[in-house]
Design a protein. Structure first.
Length: 225
């Protein structure tokens, strides 16, 4: 009887010890990101070391695991439980709720385009290339990071305004960093340029800005008003 009590006490003590160890393990929060510095997820660990007062519990109660995607459309990954925090474009968020039936909650705004006085994504062509107006996109090849992303949605919205359907052009998915070289090499005829890739392109006579994301955004806001 005494031996049984000792065994039971030892087992209970071990279980309590294991429970304490389990509680001590920090929660892993998986966050999707596309490009820095717009998306800060891959920089959080370094920022946490630099500004520990801001990230008080990083590495203690939680750890952050950044997961890179080509665009703001990681619906399937979140539906499968592979992401705790997903960076969605507005269209991807709508699809996540209406098509995937995910119970989403907005917790932060990652990137804002169209705010007065700040950079807006530029959609660029070669100055001596075949595209001189938006209507000239018909029959051409355009680069996008991912169909359905924030950049892609802005581009296609402008195309729709000018009567251009998806079937009227060829879409080539690629990383933002690869787009300038693809335009230069004649593999595509139009690219989207974010601020971190704008050096040497915006303001260079070799290239021409066909339109900016904020131009279509202003049209949409005007229509709502």
């Amino acid at each position: 009887m005494r031996m049984n009590r000792r065994v039971a006490a030892a087992a209970l003590s071990a279980m309590i010890g294991l429970a304490g160890t389990a509680r001590a393990q920090p929660l892993t929060i998986r966050v999707s990101w596309v490009v820095t510095p717009g998306h800060l997820a891959p920089l959080i660990e370094a920022l946490g070391k630099r500004e520990p007062a801001v990230f008080k519990h990083l590495g203690q109660s939680y750890v952050l695991q950044p997961l890179r995607f080509n665009g703001t459309t990681p619906i399937q990954a979140q539906a499968l439980g592979d992401l705790e925090v997903a960076s969605f474009s507005t269209s991807a968020l709508a699809l996540a709720i209406t098509n995937a039936h995910l119970d989403e909650r907005l917790v932060a705004d990652v990137v804002t385009d169209g705010y007065p006085g700040y950079f807006s994504e530029n959609f660029v062509v070669l100055a001596d290339g075949p595209i001189h107006a938006v209507e000239d996109v018909k029959g051409r090849r355009v680069a996008t990071n991912v169909i359905g992303s924030a950049s892609d949605t802005a581009m296609r919205t402008m195309f729709r305004k000018h009567g251009i359907k998806d079937a009227d052009f060829t879409t080539i998915e690629t990383n933002f960093a690869n787009m300038p070289a693809m335009l230069e090499g004649g593999k595509v005829d139009l690219i989207g340029v974010l601020p971190q890739f704008a050096h040497g392109i915006i303001g260079n006579d070799k290239y021409r800005v066909l339109f900016r994301a904020r131009e279509r955004l202003h049209d949409l806001l005007g229509a709502v008003a």
